[in-house]
Design a protein around this ligand. Structure first.
Ligand SMILES: [Zn+2]
Ligand SMILES: [Zn+2]
Ligand SMILES: [Zn+2]
Ligand SMILES: [Zn+2]
Length: 353
């Protein structure tokens, strides 16, 4: 991610709603694609103060009313409850009567905005129901049933919510936005890291399998990731939870979980690719690397390795977890080569109905 600049000269970050120096309200301007200081207008709207832009804007409903967003909508296209280009993908939002859920929702939205930023860097297609996209994308943020005054109150039809993807619909369990819960799950599942943004990147990987591979490129995908019809997903899932990952998984997979089934391998590898693009984009803007996030795969992997090693050591200096894996196995590199090509081709071919 790049940093942005306030009209007072202070740096602004992707998540900011205020400038910490001049106290201007700030937000994402969809006309010039920047975090900008907002000049209030008499009609209740705002003007983008970015040089050469000046677009009349209004706050996304989830910014103005719910305080979980920092995006603006072009005023001419908006009305009172208009949602921004990220919030409009929401299907179900967390139950805000439950304490802490507004903060968790804000964290989920922050991760989702970063996800879309990376998808848009790669020009990956996406759209909602009613738009000209073969598989519409949507999100639900839901919680497990909660004990409420001795009774169990379900916030959804089922009592337990599974983070996952089905037919373009991504569900994230709200507890993944709870630091204590998420770290407990990470340790339970023996994962090298577990993050909110990582969940979004993994689940959107399943979405892009449906959009770009299903019924179109399945043979090529099978050659790289294995046959997704044999074993079936449910058989593979049961086997994984009984026996765990094979001992040699690091030579064949990006993560232990990727060994479960070819679909999970695809999603895990896709998530790693998005991790790499996001890190390279930041490294480029911060002057840590000169490699482009959309260069050749070799140049991307090499730059990610160099930046990753530096950041791993910085993290160890601070007692934090490693950021990047030490080595990428040849088999994983082959999968990344497939994804790299798939993502580049997606930009050229429309994914419409
Ligand atoms: Zn300022
Ligand atoms: Zn602007
Ligand atoms: Zn919004
Ligand atoms: Zn998955």
């Amino acid at each position: 991610m790049q940093t942005f600049s306030c009209r007072c000269g202070n740096p602004l970050f992707f998540e900011n709603t205020h400038c910490l120096s001049c106290e201007s309200e700030v937000g994402w301007c969809p006309a010039c694609n920047n975090i900008v200081a907002l000049e209030p207008l008499d009609n209740g709207g705002y003007q983008c103060t970015h040089e050469g832009c000046g677009t009349a804007l209004m706050k996304c409903h989830n910014y103005a009313v719910e305080n979980v967003c920092n995006r603006m909508v072009v005023m001419a296209e908006g009305h009172a409850d208009t949602l921004c280009d990220c919030c409009r993908y929401n299907d179900v939002i967390p139950d805000l009567d439950i304490e802490g859920n507004r903060e968790r929702w804000a964290a989920l939205e922050g991760a989702k905005r970063r996800l879309f930023h990376t998808l848009d860097l790669l020009k990956l297609p996406h759209g909602i129901e009613g738009e000209n996209i073969r598989v519409p994308l949507s999100f639900s943020f839901m919680a497990d049933a909660l004990p409420d005054q001795g009774l169990w109150r379900s916030t959804a039809k089922q009592e337990k919510v599974y983070t996952g993807h089905a037919n373009g619909h991504i569900t994230i369990n709200v507890k993944e936005a709870d630091d204590v819960e998420r770290e407990r799950l990470r340790v339970d599942m023996n994962e090298s890291h577990r993050t909110l943004i990582g969940h979004f990147r993994h689940e959107v990987g399943h979405y892009y399998w449906d959009l770009l591979v299903k019924g179109q490129d399945e043979d090529a995908s099978c050659r790289v990731f294995g046959d997704h019809n044999n074993p079936t997903y449910s058989d593979a899932l049961e086997q994984y939870y009984q026996q765990g990952a094979p001992a040699d998984w690091p030579t064949r997979f990006i993560s232990a979980y990727a060994s479960m089934h070819p679909w999970e391998d695809f999603a895990e590898t896709f998530a790693f690719y998005l991790d790499m693009v996001a890190v390279l984009d930041t490294a480029l803007h911060m002057g840590l690397s000169r490699a482009e996030y959309d260069g050749t795969l070799d140049s991307m992997l090499q730059a990610f390795h160099q930046v990753g090693m530096a950041v791993n050591e910085l993290n160890r200096d601070m007692g934090l977890l490693d950021l990047a894996p030490g080595v990428i196995a040849p088999a994983v590199r082959e999968k990344l080569t497939y994804l790299h090509q798939l993502i580049h081709n997606a930009d050229a071919s429309p994914q419409t109905n």
